[in-house]
Ligand binder design. Sequence first.
Ligand SMILES: Nc1ncnc2c1ncn2[C@@H]1O[C@H](COP(=O)(O)OP(=O)(O)OP(=O)(O)O)[C@@H](O)[C@H]1O
Ligand SMILES: [Mg+2]
Length: 501
Amino acid sequence: MTNYIGIDLGTTNSAVSKLDETGRPIIVHNPHGSNITPSVISFSSAKKYDVGEVARKSLGEPNTFGRFKRDMGGKAEFEAFGTKHTPESLSALLLKKLKEDSESTIGDIEEAVVTIPANFANEAREATLNAARKAGLNVKHIINEPTAAALYYAFHSGRELDGTYAVYDLGGGTFDVSIISVHGKNVEVLATEGVSKLGGDDFDKALQKIVAQKYKEETGFDLEPEDYNLIDAEEDKKSLSRRETVKIGIRSAGGRTNFEVQQKDFEEAISSFIAQTEMLCETALDDANLAPSDISEVFLVGGSSRIPCIQKSVERVFKREPVSFANPDEVVALGAALYAAYKSDGKFLNSIQKQSVEKISVAEITSKFFGTISVGMDNARDQLARGNSIIIEKGEKIPCTKEESFFTMGEGQTAVNCVVTESNTKETDPKFVKIIWEGDLELPAGRPANQEIVVRFSYDQNQTMKCSFIDVETDKKTEVDLSMGKGKESADVDIDKFMVE
Ligand SMILES: Nc1ncnc2c1ncn2[C@@H]1O[C@H](COP(=O)(O)OP(=O)(O)OP(=O)(O)O)[C@@H](O)[C@H]1O
Ligand SMILES: [Mg+2]
């Protein structure tokens, strides 16, 4: 059989999904029969690696890496047996394993949709696409995680959705909240906010800290991290979602020490993270110009949404009890499978599957501001200054094309500096924006000042961008395609030389 699949490439866990014969998305279990695969890679030699549960058990040891999604698109390095890996190359190895495991149970994979956090920066999106390509996957489309989740809820909540909904996604590494209007199979994102480094991992560390304090109170000694590592903390954190206290037993060189940690102490320790998520929910409502009473329902996504005080916090902000009628670790992958089938050419879908995804429509928005830097008069200081001009606003419906005209300043000017910037706020100061691309546009000599240069940015459905800097008189252009990993050189670790154990 040939399949279209959805992959939730998570910080902590990844999941794969496809449509069954009746058009329902189902999870593709891994060879161990599990619905999720820990996003952990452990190298046992220069060329051999393992992925998933076995690798997870070695977290904290040398040559074992997890949580690399948090640094996607960045400069972080992970060295194992002489090779410097990047988050992108590790993601490629993980995706390669997920692909091979899935193929061994469901057959060929024609095309895959990979999900990404809504707030991922351009570089992180590109790195994800590069990783998928290196893994040998045919990925033409990506979808934001909350949008995938909303798509799943739109299909399988057992009733037709018709209204405005919030998707609250708190996973292992990232937090996203999206305000989404759903009418039948039409899903339209109205606003999205999030932070790429907030999630269950932070809660594990918070619990580890509480345990270290209690241990010190009990014994007078400092707790060695290996006597209570982050995996122990994660297990106990999960127990605290079910009960009010958890018994901790620590075996160390000095013997065994037993004590209890209360749920309320843990809640207190993570309260600043929760406050941050509440603020972002309020901002998302503001962005959409809506009040909590406009939200019909709040859908919970992500493993950390199982924490009782998180659910209470969601209820506080949205003034209604949130709902979760699917496994929160699976909904993103399940939605991605629906999207993969919908975006496919349909060649390998049966008529029921085709029917199930027809009439879907998904409309996303930009999650960042994109702009360019130009020199202009700073009237306040009466001098020339560099400033950032926003070309595409955050929250703009996509696909979209926006342009703005700038003018050369010097007589006989033979080049202009072309810059593409990204920012989380409507920033005018170049110091506070991220430059995602920079180049030059050469101009003919001998012209007076004030030549019009058009800066045109087109943002496509995959949330990647093409930018043109055009000299209007001659139609000479400098163009950059920041989509599908074409913007920047990707990491050059050759993943094909690595074998799964
Ligand atoms: N019962 C529970 N109580 C508390 N936390 C839980 C529970 N079950 C899972 N988690 C936490 O949920 C997180 C994993 O969630 P999930 O699999 O949704 O994340 P992810 O998709 O890998 O991450 P992200 O979406 O941030 O990239 C882990 O931190 C895990 O400890
Ligand atoms: Mg997730």
